[in-house]
Design a protein around this ligand. Structure first.
Ligand SMILES: Cc1cc2nc3c(=O)[nH]c(=O)nc-3n(C[C@H](O)[C@H](O)[C@H](O)COP(=O)(O)OP(=O)(O)OC[C@H]3O[C@@H](n4cnc5c(N)ncnc54)[C@H](O)[C@@H]3O)c2cc1C
Length: 423
């Protein structure tokens, strides 16, 4: 019979919450360590684009991206910017980031690895939402990537070809079909790809909170504190130290998003993690506009109807996690929204704005695996742009590692030690 353990899950964003739920299903004792209300606006899991997309397997770093870096530095309105002042601190990460996408082969390797986490993400979330008795949080209606025309789609052909090779199911939509599905969409968009197996989350923050409520109702404990370190003796874990006393346990999962590197280091690994800061604008009182979520490819922002209104989320701003938000980036999203949905009524009262941190590794792959300082500690962070979608598959791997089972997925591409080799 499998050994039952007492697992401390550090962080209750979407990764920690779903890991905790999965560990309870294996009958472990679970204590979640989290200083803030789970799923609140402090975490990335609150404000994301809600996309559960099997197509999100292409990493950000692409061949020849380095040629565009000077332009990014100059253009404060682009979809990807770098704050000048932060460039020296960001440089080592940025170099690895550019190197990670230096050849089409490297890009395809990462896509293949991420495909393991994303190919059935919508179905996994469907099963989870049903199992916690909250089916309304997940919808499986497909996702639309909209282009001005077929030529715009073809400029990104290498990425779409990889998706096709790896089995992402997609359907081309001509102008008329697109109009039938999304009558309010600007006529500027005349071609689209529908990801037929795609899904979305109707309220990402609420979903995390509901999962944590379920964990609590099933006997999981919550310790409102910040984890600060580990009590290790002879490589075995005795407790997680927190700013409100130790939590005795015999296993731990590091799932605290952008703040993970400090704990990861105490567990033996130096992980280059940076914040790819993202923003949303949300327009309250908008019903029936984006009935199916849309990603207009010129703005690269997820347009989705969530509980609080129509949300446009996106933008990548490389800057320190502690730098103040630059709300001009949210204004860029707002300007895109006005163009994408010409009938949308926007005024000072119905717009809200948010900024959050995608916890991003340079190679676009999460960090999932055993810690070198102790096999009792599991890393589960660094999910960048895909943390919501990939959380159930991540939780499955973590559950296997905690139980001593061999994961069904090939986890070498996510190995925490991979950054040592390239140092
Ligand atoms: C604008 C934007 C759009 C996005 N769109 C999508 C999308 O459409 N689809 C998708 O799949 N992903 C998307 N993402 C990415 C996704 O939101 C993240 O990858 C995911 O939320 C990361 O989850 P997490 O649990 O690792 O981190 P978080 O959600 O940030 O949670 C980390 C938790 O750890 C806690 N914590 C921190 N330090 C400690 C400590 N020392 N001790 C205990 N707890 C601690 C924090 O309080 C927090 O609650 C988007 C992200 C952004 C910013």
């Amino acid at each position: 019979m499998a050994v039952k353990r007492h697992v401390a899950v550090i962080g209750a964003g979407v990764i920690g919450a779903i890991v905790a739920a999965r560990l309870l299903a294996d009958s472990h004792r679970v204590t979640v360590i989290e200083p803030d209300p789970p799923g609140g606006p402090h975490c990335a899991s609150f404000g994301n684009g809600g996309f559960l997309s099997p197509a999100s397997i292409i990493p950000m770093s692409a061949p020849n991206l380095w040629r565009k870096v000077p332009g990014m530095l100059r253009d404060p309105k682009g979809a990807l910017t770098i704050r000048w002042r932060h460039l020296p601190a960001l440089s080592p990460w940025l170099w690895r980031f550019l190197m990670a996408g230096r050849s089409p082969q490297r890009v395809e390797e990462t896509a293949r690895a991420l495909n393991q986490l994303l190919s059935d993400a919508p179905a996994r979330h469907r099963a989870l939402a049903d199992s916690i008795g909250r089916p309304e949080f997940i919808r499986n209606d497909g996702l639309i990537y909209a282009f001005h025309d077929r030529a715009a789609f073809e400029t990104d052909a290498p990425a779409w070809n990889i998706r096709q090779r790896l089995g992402v199911r997609m359907q081309e939509l001509g102008e008329e079909e697109l109009r039938d599905l999304l009558p309010a969409l600007s006529p500027l968009y005349r071609f689209a790809i529908r990801i037929t197996d795609g899904g979305h989350c109707t309220d990402p923050g609420g979903y995390v909170s509901a999962i944590c409520d379920w964990v609590s109702a099933r006997g999981g404990k919550f310790h409102a504190a910040r984890a600060t370190g580990f009590d290790l003796s002879g490589g075995r874990l005795g407790a997680v130290q927190t700013d409100r006393g130790p939590v005795a346990c015999d296993a731990a999962v590091i799932a605290n998003g952008i703040r993970a590197p400090r704990l990861a280091r105490l567990a033996g690994e130096r992980i280059p993690l940076q914040s790819e800061r993202g923003y949303f604008v949300q327009i309250a009182g908008t019903e029936g506009i984006a009935n199916i979520p849309v990603m207009p490819q010129d703005g690269r922002m997820a347009n989705i109807q969530v509980a609080g209104g129509l949300r446009a989320s996106g933008q990548v701003e490389l800057a320190s996690p502690d730098a103040r938000p630059d709300w001009r980036r949210a204004d860029i999203l707002l300007a895109h929204l006005r163009t994408t949905w010409p009938g949308l009524k926007i005024n000072d009262q119905n717009v809200s704005r948010w900024m959050g941190h995608r916890p991003s590794t340079p190679d676009g792959r999460p960090v999932i695996g055993r810690a070198s300082a102790s096999a009792d500690i599991i890393h589960a962070f660094g999910h960048g742009h895909i943390g919501l979608a990939s959380a159930p598959a991540t939780a499955e791997i973590v559950a296997d590692l905690i139980a001593g089972r061999t994961p069904a997925s090939e986890i070498t591409p996510f190995a925490p030690a991979r950054f040592r080799r390239s140092r």
